[in-house]
Design a protein around this ligand. Structure first.
Ligand code: NDP
Ligand SMILES: Nc1nc2c(c(=O)[nH]1)N=C([C@H](O)[C@@H](O)CO)CN2
Length: 245
């Protein structure tokens, strides 16, 4: 039975915690990372294979796919965590609209959040289908995929694309592969977030907490043990959608 799980963007924060949690749960984790980060030493100390990969580089992606086929003939799960959280360019409402900047951000957001999962899912689906238990694909989307974002339009649109890919791949790969998305709102602040930002962000949800990385890792473990969830968007948002005026 396969216990190999791939997680992308696992050098820090939520992905790092999830990779370590899966390793401790007995899975053989293959963690991809874009740039060298302090967290990688923790992964390596745990015996986790760390593979340098910019998922927006098609040549590197093809090399990674070939590498996976040499490492295993089955996959238990593929977790698309890699992400860049770019705000839109400041050129909006500006007569000198910087189309180049808008184009670059739009392309970058869709490359990492939609194109890479599309390519990896299609290439690795045969290995996921061989898993004795149903294989799992998990997409990390975002609450804003369902409501939009005034300042992160390209980011939100790309996460909405990933949300829709969840539905398509669930239909295409059933019954041997389950495909679900986890749509967090605030799980973990960034180091640069100041107190005013944190207070405003906490206020957006009903539960008004920053739950931390374990909230995601526990949800991943739940999806892996489920036998009857596919095509679902698990909203980890503290009731934010109900926090209405
Ligand atoms: N933190 C939160 O509260 C929330 C998180 N999410 C989602 O959860 C997931 C994890 O969030 P979080 O841990 O905060 O994310 P981070 O932004 O802290 O980390 C994302 C990781 O993805 C990597 N990455 C970015 N672009 C690429 C690429 N082109 N190829 C390979 N790797 C790449 C980054 O590498 P590098 O270090 O080189 O930049 C980084 O290590 C993301 O998908 C995010 O959108 C959604 C809502 C809320
Ligand atoms: N790749 C990332 N995506 C997101 C992040 C992040 O740090 N990296 N953070 C958020 C925020 O938590 C936001 O939801 C509220 O501050 C969203 N996406």
């Amino acid at each position: 039975m396969s216990n190999v799980i791939i997680i992308t963007g696992a050098a820090q924060r939520l992905g790092l915690h999830c990779a370590l949690t899966l390793n401790q749960a007995g899975y053989r984790v293959i963690a991809t990372y874009r740039s060298e980060k302090p967290g990688l030493s923790r992964l390596r100390q745990a015996g986790i294979e760390c593979f340098q990969l910019d998922v927006t580089n098609s040549v590197a992606l093809a090399d990674f796919i070939r590498h996976i086929f040499t490492q295993t003939n089955e996959l238990r799960a593929l977790i698309h965590n890699a992400s860049d959280w770019h705000a839109d360019a400041s050129s909006q409402n500006n007569p000198d609209l910087d189309i180049a900047a808008d184009s670059a951000i739009f392309d970058a957001m869709h490359a990492v959040h939609a194109k890479a999962p599309y390519i990896l899912n299609r290439a690795l689906a045969p290995l996921l289908a061989k898993s004795a238990l149903a294989g799992d694909i998990i997409h990390l989307t975002d609450f804003v995929a369902s409501v939009g974002s005034a300042k992160h339009m390209a980011y939100a649109a790309s996460k909405a694309a990933l949300t829709n890919l969840t539905l398509s791949f669930a239909r295409a790969l059933a019954p041997k592969v389950k495909v679900n998305a986890i749509a967090p709102a605030l799980l973990m602040f960034n180091q640069h977030d100041d107190d005013a930002y944190k207070a405003k962000a906490l206020n957006k949800s009903l539960l008004q907490i920053e739950p931390g990385a374990s909230e995601l890792s526990n949800t991943v473990l739940y999806l892996l043990q489920s036998r009857y969830l596919t095509g679902k968007i698990i909203e980890l948002d503290g009731g934010r959608a109900l926090n209405l005026p």
